[in-house]
Design a protein around this ligand. Structure first.
Ligand SMILES: Cc1ncc(COP(=O)(O)O)c(C=O)c1O
Ligand SMILES: N[C@@H](CCCC[NH3+])C(=O)O
Length: 416
């Protein structure tokens, strides 16, 4: 079975399940994910890593729904987390804490404590101060914290500047030139245990060369550390592999990782990866309904019931998501601005899309499985969308649509 949506009897279906039926049952806007597509993406990585001692740590920030985390946990995945909240999600979804790595530039001490108590695999430390904080917290608990340093190899990942993270100017990680001194410091601290090395140079990477270049630089550092008696047990090469949104040529994991694995050939260290987008991005779509058609002499608008609060990638990065009618209709196509109802000119989901539309039509906003729901908000007091997963011809509600009472349930007015 194909992992992506398919037209059956003139209507889009996902894993054989009708998107019209999902909308009729759960309403719109609604995120819909395919378990088969999630599994296929994970297996693509597993195949690329055949014969290697490797751990795929899914980057939870891409999509943190419990059902999705549980699908990956059942496949044996580890997890890359960036907050105490993500740790709790992974544990609630049945993830193994011993396969968790904790990234992020601003870990709080209570988050460090929770992760140490859970027994995670490693902290990806991003500053000198963090080494000291972690040493202190681990000492209080009578533990030794496993650490990697996230090193910036200063390689240009050739992607959108907002999602480029491994340059010298980034807030992330430590400068390559400072890494040796910081490793010496980590090795000397009594409550830390140097475990690995980490890097993550950016996201939506379509060219495999920068990742391989980063790996080579990291290996040089690993060898220098070994000469100093600092043993690195694992090399974490981060995430970043790009997907197809429009007309990009997205490589398979085998193709994307080939130059990196070549650079790592013959190495004894365990390999860790932190893919996010490439595991979930193409496995999900956002279903939305056309509320209002607003023709104009300059521009024609299709106002839909999803908005930038549901999917902010277009507003934030000017990102392209393909938009397909769920039941394509015959008739004259027009160039529509596909916009949401939010009071921001930047509230768009697509510009100049040639579509034949009528009010009430359903649209599927494609490749929305990654950084869609996780970046959603309640802006304009809009309740967050429902989430559904299809599996073997059945639909499962995996997150209820928020109701309006939930929007202000945590708020209170001043006393009289
Ligand atoms: C530290 C870290 N690891 C992994 C990822 C996942 O990246 P991607 O979704 O591009 O695979 C990110 C996000 O860019 C990240 O910041
Ligand atoms: N949120 C971004 C990616 C950022 C990656 C997080 N480190 C996106 O939608 O493309």
């Amino acid at each position: 079975m194909s992992a992506g949506p398919q037209l059956l009897q003139g209507e889009l279906h996902l894993e054989g399940v009708s998107l019209q039926e999902i909308a009729a049952r759960f309403g719109t806007p609604c995120y819909v994910y395919s378990r088969a597509a999630l599994t296929a993406a994970f297996e693509d990585y597993r195949q690329a890593l055949t014969g290697r001692d490797a751990l795929i740590c899914y980057a939870v920030k891409a999509n943190a729904n419990l059902a999705l985390l549980n699908v990956f946990a059942r496949l044996g995945a580890g997890f890359d987390i960036v907050s105490g909240g993500e740790l709790q999600r992974v544990l609630a979804a049945g993830g193994d804490p011993a396969k968790v790595v904790f990234s992020g530039v601003g870990k709080r001490q209570d988050e460090m404590r929770a992760a140490l108590e859970a027994g995670i695999h490693c902290f990806n430390v991003e500053s000198a101060s963090e080494l000291d904080h972690l040493n202190q917290v681990a000492g209080q608990l009578g533990k030794r914290a496993p650490v990697s340093l996230r090193v910036n190899p200063n390689v240009d990942p050739k992607t959108h500047p907002y999602i480029s993270t491994g340059l010298k100017t980034a807030k992330f990680g430590v400068a390559f030139e400072d890494a040796l001194a910081l490793y010496r410091r980590a090795a000397a601290l009594p409550h830390l245990h140097v475990q690995g090395i980490d890097c993550h140079i950016g996201s939506q990477l379509l060219d495999p060369a920068p990742a391989a270049e980063a790996a080579e630089k990291i290996l040089g550092l690993v060898d220098t550390l070994a000469r100093e008696g600092i043993t690195i047990a694992h090399i974490d090469i981060g995430g970043g592999k790009g997907i197809r949104y429009r007309d990009e040529t997205a490589l398979s994991a085998t193709e994307y990782l080939a130059p990196t694995l070549k650079a790592l050939a013959g190495r004894k260290e365990k390999l860790l990866l932190e893919p996010g987008r490439s595991l979930v991005g193409n496995a999900g779509l956002l279903l939305t309904r056309v509320e209002i058609l607003k023709p104009g002499s300059e521009k024609s608008f299709a106002v839909v019931d999803a908005a930038m609060n549901d999917l902010m990638r277009p507003a934030l990065y000017d990102a392209w998501h393909d938009i397909q009618p769920v039941a394509p209709r015959a008739g004259q196509a027009h160039a529509y601005e596909i916009v949401g109802p939010i009071c921001e000119s930047g509230d768009f989901l697509g510009h100049e899309r040639e579509l034949a539309l009528a009010e009430g039509d359903l649209l599927a906003i494609m490749s929305a499985g990654a950084y869609g729901m996780t970046m959603s908000s309640n802006y304009n007091s809009r309740a967050r969308a429902a989430e559904v997963m299809v599996d073997q011809g059945r639909m499962h509600l995996i997150r209820q649509r928020e109701d309006t009472a939930q929007l202000f349930a945590l708020e209170s007015v001043l006393p009289h």
